[in-house]
Design a protein. Sequence first.
Length: 133
Amino acid sequence: AKVTGYDALYSWKPDPDRPPAVWFGGEWMRGAIDNVAFEHQTPRGYYLWTQVRITDRWFVGVRYDVADELEFDDLRTHTQGIYLTYATNAFARLAIGAERSQSDVDLLDDVTRVFVEFNFGAGTNPHVPFWLR
């Protein structure tokens, strides 16, 4: 299997003395699967997101995600989501969000999910992570 990926991030800082107010990002990934089970399929996927700082520690964001199925790359799933994030300190953040998917796969079609997420950094970290700079 061969996987290729690209990633981009842009942050907008209207006031040089304050942290960035808006982030725009995205990632594109392509997998070339060359084995008997999948017969040379080339599934692709990408997501785009943006996040806006609403206070020093609170952020709101949206995400759009598209993914092909591994076995049948003509079947695709689209997911849209919104989330609210609280940066507890420079090394941890808590998020709550919801997402909805439309899919060519019956099991994933018209599915709504709610999630709670906790992220933390361990080990060697910059003094202030990019989402707080």
